[in-house]
Structure formats: structure tokens, C-alpha cells
Write a protein that binds this ligand. Structure first.
Ligand code: MN3
Length: 206
């Protein structure tokens, strides 16, 4: 049984950057739905029992039934992606990254501001629904990419592990920002918990 990440902050605590109704709907409807649908689909594939979600997303091709494979891709992606998204947000003002992560950002992007620019551009130009990511490879190199739907870099055999993700599905911002996705992207950076991102960066290198 896969369970949703438990929010350590209130639904309204990211206001005014991310509004309460969006958070309630996003977490209790969308994320809960992906989680329930993932569990229902995985139950139909005995070979997957005991596998972690990361293992499952890394071997989608091993699922022979195409309908179940699609259900696990979409809902397993939705489950994992939102666990990441909600866990790297925080109402507390968080200092920008420092230490080894900042060094990597400087060498791979040029500067922290350049990272924000590049990821924002990927998020803004993702056509339709999807995500923009900052991922780390097994050597600690950082890369910014974007994927459609609920896909993520764990699915593509690239050895990239996302440590930050921006959800640019309309359900993530439309109640407050309507068609102004760029405004939501700017607001997103105001509530990123860089301590959580740093922990994910360090964990990926272990
Ligand atoms: Mn979403």
C-alpha cells in the first residue's frame, strides 16, 4: 500500500503564493486519487508486490498488460511526483541553497539565479500538462528537464533522480492564477524549502 506524504504544514499556510483551496483540492482530490488508483493497479500485478515506487517506475516496461502499465505510469507518476512536490514546499522562509548543493548549482547552471531562470522557462513552455525538474545523476551533476503528463525522469532510464519539481498542470494554479502560469511559477519559488531539496540531493548521492 502506497500512502500519501503527510503535509507538515496547513493547507492555507502557503498563502498568498499558493492558495488554500488549490492546496486542499490538489492534495485531497488529485494526489489522493493518484494514490488510490496506483494501489488498485499494483494489486493486479503480483510481481510488483514489495517493490518500491521508484523500482516500479524504473521498470514499467516489465508490466505486460498495456492498460495496467498505462495506469501505473500515470498514477504511479502522479503519486511520486506529488510526494516530491508537497515535500519541498514550506511556509517558512528558507535560505537559498548553500554548501555542496550551491557549488553544484554554480558549476552546472552558472548561478542560483540562472537555475531559477532555466527551470522557470522549462515550466512556462511545457505545452499542456506536465512538470519541470531539477535532477541529480549518480555523480552529483544537476540537470534541468521537463516531462509531459505525470511522467518523470525515473521512468526514462536516465539515472536522474529529481530533487525539485514544479507541477504545471492547470489544477496546480488555475483557481488563483487562471491562465497566468508564469505568475504561479514565480510564486512557487517563494515557498521552496531548500533544506528539503538539499536533503534529497544528499540522499541521492548515498
Ligand atoms: Mn498536480
Amino acid at each position: 500500500m502506497f500512502t500519501q506524504y503527510s503535509l507538515p504544514y496547513g493547507y492555507g499556510s502557503l498563502e498568498p503564493h499558493i492558495d488554500e483551496l488549490t492546496m486542499v483540492t490538489h492534495y485531497t482530490k488529485h494526489h489522493a486519487g493518484y494514490t488510490n488508483n496506483l494501489n488498485a493497479a499494483v494489486e493486479k500485478v503480483p510481481e510488483l508486490s514489495g517493490s518500491s515506487i521508484e523500482e516500479i517506475l524504473g521498470k514499467l516496461d516489465s508490466i505486460s498488460d498495456p492498460a495496467i502499465r498505462t495506469a501505473i505510469r500515470n498514477n504511479g507518476g502522479g503519486y511520486w511526483n506529488h510526494n516530491l512536490y508537497f515535500s519541498i514546499l514550506s511556509p517558512e522562509a528558507s535560505p537559498k541553497p548553500s554548501g555542496a548543493l550551491l557549488g553544484r548549482i554554480d558549476s552546472d547552471f552558472g548561478s542560483f539565479d540562472r537555475l531559477v531562470e532555466q527551470v522557470s522557462a522549462l515550466a512556462a513552455t511545457r505545452f499542456g500538462s506536465g512538470w519541470a525538474w531539477v535532477s541529480v545523476d549518480t555523480k552529483g551533476n544537476l540537470t534541468a528537464t521537463s516531462t509531459p503528463n505525470q511522467d518523470n525522469p525515473l521512468m526514462d532510464g536516465s539515472n536522474l533522480t529529481p530533487i525539485l519539481g514544479i507541477d504545471v498542470w492547470e489544477h496546480a494554479y488555475y483557481l488563483k492564477y487562471k491562465n497566468l502560469r508564469a505568475d504561479y511559477i514565480k510564486a512557487f519559488w517563494q515557498v521552496v524549502d531548500w533544506n528539503a531539496v538539499t536533503q534529497r540531493y544528499e540522499a541521492a548521492l548515498l
